[in-house]
Design a protein around this ligand. Sequence first.
Ligand code: DQA
Length: 145
Amino acid sequence: MPKILIINGPNLNLLGRREPEIYGIETLEDINQQLKMLAAEISLSLEFFQSNSEGELIDYLQKFGFDADGIIINPGALTHYSLALRDAIADISTETIEVHLSNIHGREDFRQKSVIAPVCVGQVSGFGAYGYAMAISYFAGQEQE
Ligand code: DQA
């Protein structure tokens, strides 16, 4: 079964409690459970990882990224400045999709730039948790080609 990594960066472990007016009331665990159900329906296997540490995210990508069939990552604030995370994604040939719960293009100036997006297939931003499902659908479609 094709394997997709779902990676979440800093502060996304606080979903549900963190600025709910922006990020919603679902916890990361709620979201991951829904994604698991979706993946089971379309015969994809998901591996979940969250860390508040840039280095741990890079170590995880280096360890598991090469053998995955797709990577979905919400890098949190690292999106806007982490060249190390960008390089880690660029160094892995596995297709990667950047996801944001909020629409980063409609928020503060510093959030409107992503250093990660140029090394991804694309970016999904502003659709809440549904953004992860959209990215999963992309990989499901790739598998059928
Ligand atoms: C976020 C947007 C980032 O700017 C922010 O730092 C986050 C969450 C989102 O999912 O909307 O932590 O990635």
